[in-house]
Design a protein around this ligand. Structure first.
Ligand code: GLN
Length: 493
């Protein structure tokens, strides 16, 4: 990695303003890394070379004029999960069915990044329609983990995580419906935050499971995470579920409390998240992170979230149910692919959808349609919604009675081998056990790197907060990482 691609976004902006390097130079370094590593890592579906350089030139012209107030992400190279629509740039969701689809409008979060001065390097690889936990379910081939290329980077936002870990962008936007930001962040040793449901507008995020989906950033430092999050947050009249609450200046708040320790913080450790099946090395790493937080002044309390064991089943009913409805729009008429096979309209639909969707997406549509069908709705979908309420109540009670934040593993394993879980979807689903509860309850969650295993693979812990408590999560994560730094770029030397 060149030194320019190791800098934080905050440092990049400062470097451009001080004229240590130009935005064009910075962009070129990132494009060069995006291109040269893509053959190996396959983190990008589209690289926006021409657009990025044109934006960088405009940035340098702005800096040369020197009189305007400079935006917060001035010249910062970012990447975007190919699940977020980008005006004029192909958006595939890693599916054959969207091949060639050029969106006529821009996702709100992407627009906000651009307006803040960021430069889009490209669109990153993912599991098709964000369904998966390994980035293996992509029509564009799997993404590889830069720490060990025989392993997955996690998913579904695997390309985003890798682009940040490998210095192809300083920040990336992903989506998280059931862990798709936090789990790949933990598999690649970067930071990833899923905001509170409604904190960030979902306008222009292709819908997977609308009651669970949230957009959030990946970054290599907590300050960059804070900056990206405050940039994309806020009410948007295009998404009626976006929240009107004032967006804090997360970065300023972080700086104001830096070094103050955690004396006023109670950290809940739920016993239901330390179960059989969690890798011993992960458990050890997490236990020592808990000790480290305690030595920063935090009070550790054991808590119980008694309905955790039903979360996975509820998620794998609710998410496919919503997906089966959301994905009905891909009919061969309105977007992308249209099959030439079939004699009439309904056969055209059938062929387009059978040829266009991959195995996992078809499995979800079938499951979702089944659980919503008359006769099964009460037994599955309604029950799952009732379980969801119980899970929400578990968290409410914990935050009301016992703790300010909750600490858990992100996933039961570190990055697994490519191919290891593909033939066993249930095994793949089980890996989501600790990440899906935050989506079911709409809570914010952050993945924080906390060490390397014997095999030199990153491992992380997860912090969960009450609704709109992202600032607290960032603060605890910052205090931890300041005292226990994790070098996100060490794999590449
Ligand atoms: N792995 C989960 C799934 O396959 C979560 C994916 C996500 O958060 N988009 O549904």
């Amino acid at each position: 990695m060149s030194n320019l691609t190791k800098l934080s976004a905050v440092e990049m902006r400062e470097g451009i303003l001080k004229k240590d390097f130009s935005a064009v130079e910075l962009t070129r370094h990132h494009l060069e890394r995006a291109n040269s590593l893509n053959a190996k890592l396959n983190s990008f579906i589209t690289i926006c070379e021409k657009d990025a350089l044109a934006q960088a030139e405009a940035t340098d012209a702005l800096v040369a004029k020197g009189n305007a107030a400079m935006p917060p992400l001035l010249g910062v190279p970012v990447s975007i999960k190919d699940m977020l629509v980008t005006e004029g740039i192909e958006t595939t969701c890693a599916s054959k069915i969207l091949k060639g689809f050029i969106p006529p409008y821009e996702c709100t979060a992407v627009r906000k990044l651009r307006e803040a001065g960021a430069i889009i390097i490209g669109k990153t690889n993912l599991d098709e329609f964000a369904m998966g936990s390994s980035t293996e379910n992509s029509a564009y081939g799997p993404t590889k983990n830069p720490w060990d290329e025989s392993r997955v980077p996690g998913g579904s936002s695997g390309g985003s995580a890798v682009s940040v870990a490998a210095g192809q962008s300083a920040i990336s936007l992903g989506t998280d419906t059931g862990g798709s930001i936090r789990q790949p962040a933990s598999f690649t040793g970067v930071i990833g935050i899923k905001p509170t449901y409604g904190r960030v507008s979902r306008y222009g995020a292709v819908a997977y499971a609308s009651s669970l989906d949230q957009i959030g950033p990946f970054a290599r430092t907590i300050e960059d995470t804070a900056l990206a999050l405050q940039t994309i947050s806020g009410k948007d009249h295009q998404d009626s579920t976006s929240l009107a609450e004032k967006v804090p200046n997360f970065l300023k708040d972080l700086r104001a409390c830096k070094g103050n320790g955690l004396k006023d913080i109670r950290i809940g450790v739920p016993k239901e998240y330390f179960i059989k099946g969690v890798d011993a090395e992960i458990e050890t790493a997490i236990r020592s992170a808990v000790k480290a937080l305690e030595s920063l002044g935090a009070r550790i309390v054991e808590i119980s979230l008694p309905h955790t064991e039903y979360a996975l089943a509820a998620y794998y009913i609710i998410a496919p149910a919503e997906a089966s409805s959301n994905l009905s729009r891909y009919d061969g008429v309105r977007y992308g692919l249209r099959s030439g096979n079939g004699q009439d309209l309904s056969q055209m639909y059938e062929h387009t959808r059978s040829e266009g969707f991959g195995t996992e997406v078809r499995r979800r549509i079938l499951t979702g349609t089944y659980v919503l069908s008359a006769g099964y709705y009460d037994a599955y979908y309604r029950k799952a919604q009732q379980v969801r309420t119980l899970i929400i109540n578990d968290f409410r009670k914990a935050f009301a009675d016992a703790c300010d934040v909750i600490l858990t593993p992100v996933a039961p394993t570190t990055a697994f081998k490519i191919g290891e879980n593909v033939s066993n979807p249930l095994q793949m689903y089980l890996g989501d056990i600790f990440s899906i509860t935050a989506n079911l309850a709409g809570l914010p969650g952050i993945s924080v790197p906390c060490g390397l295993t014997k095999d030199n693979l990153p491992t992380s812990f997860q912090l969960l907060g009450a609704p709109l408590e992202e600032g607290l999560l960032l603060r605890v994560a910052q205090e931890y990482l300041d005292a226990n730094p994790f070098n996100t770029t060490q794999f590449a030397g």
